[in-house]
Design a protein. Structure first.
Lengths: 226, 158
């Protein structure tokens, strides 16, 4: 759960990158860590095996001034994707505010994507959080590979709930849409806590078309941007 | 209405008073109060030398992992954990169902002293947090217009 400290004028949010094994969750965090201004991030902490598979979680703290007068801290976590580590995923999901679900676009990974999404919904439900209430976005990763499923098929498989969410075609190794999806989920959770967001009916978050084109980085960073 | 649980300036001052008293008596270097999701609620002491956010995330993970270990031997949880280093050590204890206290200390003191004073400190922190819950907390919301319209995070070429 997010928390605000009026003395230090800080707000904290927790965002978890979730998805099947080897879908690119850690690569997302590594890219963000590499490209974001060092003044606005801490160290990337990885609790991984010798073979670089996530054992517990990866953690990257970010900060930005997004609400007038308050420093907002975003804590990014990944979960271990391997099926056997479900107890660990439940621990990492504790007090989560927003989720980026990273799906592997390859045909042969569709079943694992669906299973992982179902597992996410179950683990959230254990914390009395409905998947339809928490801010989340979908990433369709590895779009540069040859054997990927078409977007409309993945949309049908993963994004056919009553409330459709924003989804992004991503190549996490090159960074395509990595920041776009992070910005989207951050805005969604800020919207959730804003007065207008609280007053709006469920599902008020803009339903969404897949952003097919990579979102280019602005040439000049605005003062508020990190 | 969705609102963010908030600590007022008065709450933080009270909490800081409790933590300062603990540091003085125990001679520990740093104390951090966190929730079990890894969010920092309050901190006091020498915070310049380490990244408290990372310590909080790792400590919450460590506490949660050992809770499962405790269950395997018939305990609900281990209510205190001690990590011994060569010069610096960490002592963690449970405050309540949602909160953990982390004490970092060096050769100036002993684990026994830190442990002794941490029990009363945990109780005082727990009572303060409980009083916030009972008063309904101080929820915080903001206008959508207060949120920056520009992208929050920008991809800077290396």
């Amino acid at each position: 759960m997010s928390i605000i400290n009026y003395a230090s004028r800080e707000i904290q949010f927790k965002i978890v990158y979730y998805g099947p094994a080897l879908c690119g969750k850690t690569t997302n965090l590594a890219y963000i860590h590499e490209r974001i201004s060092p003044a606005n991030r801490g160290d990337l902490v990885s609790l991984a095996t010798a073979a670089d598979r996530t054992l517990f979680f990866d953690f990257l703290p970010l900060n930005a001034v997004v609400i007038k007068g308050f420093v907002t801290k975003f804590q990014l976590y990944t979960v271990p994707g391997q099926v056997i580590y479900n107890a660990t995923r439940q621990l990492v999901l504790r007090s989560v505010d927003g989720v980026v679900f990273v799906a592997d676009s390859q045909w042969e990974k569709m079943e694992e994507n669906v299973e992982s999404f179902r597992n996410l919904a179950e683990n959230l439900a254990q914390q009395n959080i409905s998947i339809d209430e928490i801010p989340y976005v979908l990433q369709y990763n590895k779009r540069d590979l040859n054997n990927v499923a078409p977007i409309n098929y993945i949309e049908f498989v993963l994004n056919n709930r009553k409330k459709r969410v924003q989804s992004f075609e991503v190549i996490s190794s090159t960074g395509q849409n990595v920041f776009a999806s992070l910005n989207a989920v951050s805005q969604m959770l800020l919207h959730k806590f804003s007065k207008q967001g609280a007053a709006a009916p469920t599902g008020a978050v803009a339903p969404t078309a897949v952003s097919v084109e990579p979102v280019p980085a602005p040439k000049l960073a605005s003062p508020a941007a990190v | 209405m969705n609102c963010i649980p908030a600590l007022t300036i008065e709450n933080v001052a009270t909490l800081d008073g409790i933590l300062a008293d603990f540091l003085k008596k125990s001679d520990a270097e740093l104390i951090v109060v966190i929730d079990r999701g890894g969010n920092v609620i309050s901190q006091f002491g020498d915070v310049a030398v380490m990244d408290v956010t990372i310590i909080a995330a790792l400590a919450a993970g460590s506490f949660a992992a050992t809770q499962e270990l405790a269950r395997r031997i018939g305990e609900v949880e281990f209510n205190a954990l001690y990590h011994q280093g060569n010069g610096s050590h960490i002592f963690m204890n449970s405050v309540d169902d949602d909160t953990i206290m982390i004490s970092v200390f060096g050769p100036r003191t002993t684990v026994g002293l830190v442990r002794f004073y941490s029990a009363a400190t945990a109780l005082a922190v727990s009572e303060l947090l409980k009083s916030l819950d009972q008063s309904g907390g101080h929820g915080f919301t903001f206008d959508a217009g207060d949120v920056t319209a520009t992208p929050i995070f920008v991809d800077h070429p290396v």
